[in-house]
Design a protein around this ligand. Sequence first.
Ligand SMILES: [Zn+2]
Length: 102
Amino acid sequence: MTRQCSAPGCRNGSGLHQFPSNPELRLQWLRALGITDHDLVSRAAVCNEHFSPECFSNLTEVKMGFSKVLHLRSGAVPTKVAPPPARVTSQSGSLRLIMVQI
Ligand SMILES: [Zn+2]
């Protein structure tokens, strides 16, 4: 079985970070993703996409090409989780466009 990101709607299979073993932190991850422990497969993981840059301890090294794998700081919690698909996005996009035109 191939591993992939556990975030809803995300199918990334690389840049994965395994769920923390610390129960409290694990719960924070689950809440952030809007899923429960029950939804998780064994060896569940979340990809880079859902963490803000300051969550990574070696972002500079990776950007400079010294390292290929991003490492999470201890206590990092995913924050960038896409909301369920909604049509609202395109509406707010056109609203913004109208404001720009004015
Ligand atoms: Zn993901």
